[in-house]
Design a protein around this ligand. Sequence first.
Ligand code: IZC
Ligand code: ZN
Length: 406
Amino acid sequence: MSTLLIKNIGSLVTSPDSEIKKGKKQGELLFLEDAYILCEEEKIKEIGHGDLPQADEVIDAQGCLVTPGLVDPHTHLVFGGWRQNEMAMKLSGAGYLDILKAGGGILSTVKATREASKEELYFKAKEALDEMLELGTTTCEAKSGYGLDLKEEVKQLEVIRELNEKHEMDLVATFLGAHAYPEEYKSDHEAYVEQVCDMIPYIAEHGLAQFCDVFCETGVFNVEETRKILLKGQEYGLRSKIHADEIDAIGGSVLAGELHAISAEHLIVCNAEGIRALSQGNVIACLLPATSLYLSADFAKARQMIENDVAIALGSDYNPGSCPCLNLQLVMTLACQKYRMRPEEVLNAVTINAANAIGRAEQVGSLETGKQADIVLWNAKDLNYICYRMGSNLVKQVIKKGKTVA
Ligand code: IZC
Ligand code: ZN
């Protein structure tokens, strides 16, 4: 069995365990100085300080900061085309939902994704994953939702599965057939909701997704439709996620609480009632500050959520419309500046809470004996520095399953 020793770690910072961190524990971290990590094959064998164990390969961290690999719990990774044309439309005053209503937005990406071959989608997404690894992300969630019929949704999900098998990144797939109404069902929403429900058994039985998500929003899926689709998903073992309260608070967060969704996404306009529901339903708030920035929208009330015992995870929301950014380091800075989260709270949000939000906390999201050796060495001495140096890539080296990948 091959071993790797990372020695001379100036500061090792990690969640102390794999539990969801909420309330006062949102910022609970373990700090170790002058530490080493011994990896054996894909896993962490030992964390300690003092006398160094023998190993086949040794990396000298030269006194730098070391954290778990970052986990991105929300991306729309696989898509055809881009939407840079919407930039000018937005600058002329068009809103996100206006563009969608006019057949643009998500629907223009649906057209480009349907036209793309599996191979084209694979290589485009692979490039994004390469960039994410360089930026310190070692696990990510990826949603379908640009196919909007069984064949095309499956095409996207199969690309995600193939990337998970072949790329160094670990991917977790979410079925988002209820992302928009396709042109074919523009005037028969009820029939499309039925279609989505009918796709679920195939997707679940072929192991193509672990989660089911719905874009619960004005002009898209209402609360009743969202509930119907998510309950069908639960029946087939797909845990629920909801794009809730991104633009209008139509009840998505309250539904997330009622259905004990694993996470609720965005929550930009989530109000006190919504926050209470998330807290009672033990739902992780998956906040996406780069999207707020990109849409020139408000920022979610993260402090109020933390005060009400709602765990916060942070994601990129990488997609061609509302957030063409996949940089979790930038997300970390925005969370400090715009949510007033402390760097300690932010680190848990992009590691252990994010891992919990995608059901992977037993494998990734913290540095502990027995967990996967997904480790980032930083060009930084402490955590504050990463949050502070907005826009730079501070990654020095990325170890994934015990091997250097960036
Ligand atoms: O393609 O616009 N919000 N879905 C819900 C998105 C943003 C992605 C997109
Ligand atoms: Zn999204």
